[in-house]
Design a binder for this molecule. Structure first.
Ligand SMILES: Cc1ncc(COP(=O)(O)O)c(C=O)c1O
Length: 391
């Protein structure tokens, strides 16, 4: 392995959302943060080089979107996902959540219902409710230790008038990389009931060995016409602070509507730095990503084995993808307050508390595994010890 993912990088006092908010959020400056989904690894060296060269220009004027940037995206999706994206299907947006929010605004009616599958990444709820829509909740069901979709209930929601769905694929926090048959069955229902799909595929590049991400819009021509896919290189290459994202839709009318709103909000201008970083990542970061996935897969195995040995009352859900581990802690017999106190006060670690992902997440915790193994070990030790000694 060329990259030293074991190297500890001190991110404190860098205005880090993850590392420099512990006192404010958890009441303890020195808590180990394994919550928000950014990684404690340096991005691929080519990204840093590209940013340094850009910074060295010294004049930071308005930028234009260049063709090489679009090529880098198109080639990446062709190579890694076998998905052919046409140039005119793409638009830039500052972030994936921006796209989700705009999509709710332009593709649903005020007061209308928007489907999500809970538990799910918490901004899904915000973008629905804060745009004055209702959450139409389709809880995932656990079968054989993993989440599956409840198609009967989904169809009831669609037949009941919900005409927009926010799909999380791969799924955060459950780590499911949805399989072709699952997505096709979902697609059938959407086509039958005239439902538009906003597919958040930000974790698409992080399928773990043995799993393959399938872009929902790539399944068929018909499905590509009802789908807007929200994508970004930011999880893949650890660039979330650069705020770089894009949408893909083959439906020209949908794209026009979406772009109009982006322009109305004046979110269409290109950041001076991001395109250079994204090009470097997609064109030169592939080997780095393969190594990263191997390292994360090692952390997944390590964490699952560690928990099984030291705290068998908790049951991790083995992820197919993402660097997030969703752990069922209901066996500890603690309520939300108790789990928070166990983490923040007794163990002095910050995982994400599960009820933030919806009521179905109550009693669960989400651990961010994208950190050096030694840090993960420290966090697991602290947590298991505190949990074993809880009174
Ligand atoms: C499913 C999902 N969508 C979106 C985001 C955030 O994307 P962005 O920072 O581009 O809004 C995350 C971050 O964790 C995520 O897990």
């Amino acid at each position: 392995m060329k990259t030293d993912f074991d190297r500890i990088i001190n991110r404190r006092h860098t205005h880090s959302y993850k590392w420099d908010q512990s006192l404010k959020l958890f009441g303890d400056q020195d808590i180990l943060p394994l919550w928000v989904a950014d990684m404690d690894f340096e991005s691929p060296p080519a990204v840093r080089k590209a940013l340094e060269a850009r910074a060295a220009l010294g004049v930071y004027g308005y930028s234009i979107k260049n063709e090489a940037y679009v090529d880098a995206i198109i080639h990446w999706y062709q190579r890694r996902h076998g998905w052919t994206i046409e140039r005119e299907w793409l638009s830039d947006v500052p972030s994936v959540v921006t796209s989700l929010s705009i999509a709710v605004d332009v593709f649903s009616e005020p007061g209308g219902s928007v489907i999500l599958q809970s538990p799910v990444y918490y901004p899904f709820y915000d973008v629905i409710r804060m745009n004055g829509r209702e959450v139409a909740k389709n809880p995932l069901v656990i079968r054989n230790g993993r989440y599956e979709m409840d198609y009967d209930h989904l169809e009831e929601l669609m037949a009941g008038g919900a005409k927009l769905m926010l799909l999380c694929s791969p799924h955060n926090p459950g780590g499911r990389v949805w399989e072709r048959e699952e997505l096709l069955r979902l697609g059938e229902l959407c086509l039958k009931h005239g439902v538009t799909v906003i597919s958040d595929e930000i974790h698409c590049d992080l399928a773990l060995p043995g799993h393959r991400h399938i872009p929902f819009a790539s399944l068929s021509e018909e499905l590509s016409q009802i789908t807007l896919t929200a994508l970004a290189p930011t999880k893949t290459f650890n660039l979330p602070g650069l705020q770089s994202s894009f949408i893909v839709t083959a439906n020209a009318a949908m794209k026009r509507k979406f772009d109009y709103r982006v322009k109305a909000l004046s979110l269409h201008m290109t950041n001076f730095f991001t395109h250079e970083a994204v090009m470097a990542a997609y064109n030169e970061g592939e080997a780095w990503l393969d190594e990263l996935i191997e390292y994360v897969a090692g952390n997944v195995e390590y964490a699952i084995a560690y928990l099984a040995e030291h705290l068998p009352e908790v049951k991790p859900m083995r992820p197919d993808g993402t660097y997030l581990l969703w752990v069922d802690c209901r066996g500890l017999g603690l309520d939300i307050k108790g789990l928070k106190s166990l983490m923040f006060e007794k163990a002095r670690v910050a995982f994400s508390e599960g009820s933030a992902f919806g009521t179905e997440g109550q009693g669960w915790l989400r651990i961010n595994l994208a950190c050096p193994r030694s840090l993960l070990t420290d966090a697991l030790e602290r947590f298991c010890e505190a949990a074993s000694n809880r009174s």
